[in-house]
Design a protein around this ligand. Structure first.
Ligand SMILES: N[C@H](CCC[C@H](N)C(=O)O)C(=O)O
Length: 313
């Protein structure tokens, strides 16, 4: 029996596959199928962990996949969700732990398990173009011109474990995110693609963003995006240092603090939505099973081709 759980954080939803419940380690193709809202469970991404021993004093390993099957280095909402899963299943009563992803180690504090409130140290942003990576410039990727579909935009790009590109706008809307997001996310100057935020600073303690995620498309919220946008507003001295900045997103709000040394901390909610069991026929198509037959492959191809064009547009 392969069990899964599903959580959402401000409408950004993740399927959690726990190695204790699953006889397979998901591949990108598996994530694509699990995230498919028609052929699978439906989610913006898949979290696979804890990988290896679980000990509150040691970093706990997590792999993160986007809904297009790509693996990403980090997810702010994903780490908060994973922390709640760990607290519920593996580390009852533990309030502080470290989550290790491809994007580095994130210190986590469970502020209120009942309410699902978790705080995550998201690290130090790097605005160095080489670190983002953003091609075509040397030095800082701050307020750089970017030609998108004949339009000259100004973007500030940064790496916070994963890549982000922030565009200021007076009117952050879903329509704008869906129109320009994919063009920036897939722009040739971002060789590893990028998450994209459309940012409006409302006052020195409040910002608003709309998000186009690399590998997932339009999402209602993104933790790392909220942190990236706050870091950009902070870099340009538009928000206060050391104060909790409220980040408004379509699915809800998180709080982000930029410390005097520029490290970023995020606090926000998440909740367990459902637990379920994957059907045996579906499980047979997941993981690196030696017995996969041609039918299983063609099924998965069908799912891949059924992905909405917008996801990879
Ligand atoms: N939803 C995530 C972002 C996932 C990042 C992913 N889309 C990528 O870097 O490819 C978050 O809350 O931070």
């Amino acid at each position: 029996m392969t069990h899964f759980t599903k959580y959402q954080a401000l409408g950004n939803d993740y399927v959690v596959i726990d190695p204790r419940d699953a006889a397979f380690e998901p591949t990108g193709q598996d994530a694509l199928l699990l995230c498919d809202r028609n052929f699978g469970i439906g989610a913006d991404g898949v979290l696979y962990g804890p990988i290896g021993p679980v000990d509150a004093d040691q970093p706990v390993r997590l792999r993160i996949f986007n809904s297009d099957g790509s693996e990403c280095e980090k997810s702010g909402n994903g780490i908060r969700i994973f922390a709640l899963h760990l607290a519920a299943r593996h580390l009852p009563g533990v309030r502080e732990l470290t989550v290790r992803t491809l994007g580095g180690d994130s210190p986590v504090r469970i502020v209120d398990e009942q309410a699902g409130v978790v705080s995550v140290g998201m690290g130090l942003p790097s605005f160095d173009a080489a670190a983002v990576p953003m091609l075509g410039i040397t030095g800082l990727a701050v307020e750089q011109p970017l030609l998108v579909d004949g339009q000259q935009l100004t973007v500030t790009a940064l790496n916070l474990g994963n890549p982000h590109a922030v565009v200021f706008t007076e009117h952050p809307t879903r329509e704008l995110a869906c129109a320009l997001g994919p063009l920036i996310a897939e722009h040739e100057r971002f060789p590893t693609r990028t998450n994209v935020q459309f940012l409006r600073v409302l006052d020195r303690r409040t910002i608003q963003i709309e998000v186009w995620e690399r590998g997932a498309g339009y999402t209602l919220a993104s933790g790392s995006s909220g942190c990236a946008a706050t870091a950009v507003a902070h870099r340009l001295d538009l928000v206060d240092t050391g104060a909790e900045i409220t980040v408004r997103m379509a699915g809800g709000e998180i709080g982000v603090t930029v410390a005097p040394d520029s490290t970023v901390t995020m606090t926000g909610g998440a909740e367990h939505v459902l637990s379920g069991t994957l059907a045996a026929a579906l499980v047979a198509r997941l993981g690196n099973h030696a017995d996969q037959d041609a039918v299983a492959h063609s099924d998965r191809d069908a799912v891949a081709h059924a992905e909405p064009a917008a996801v990879r547009a």
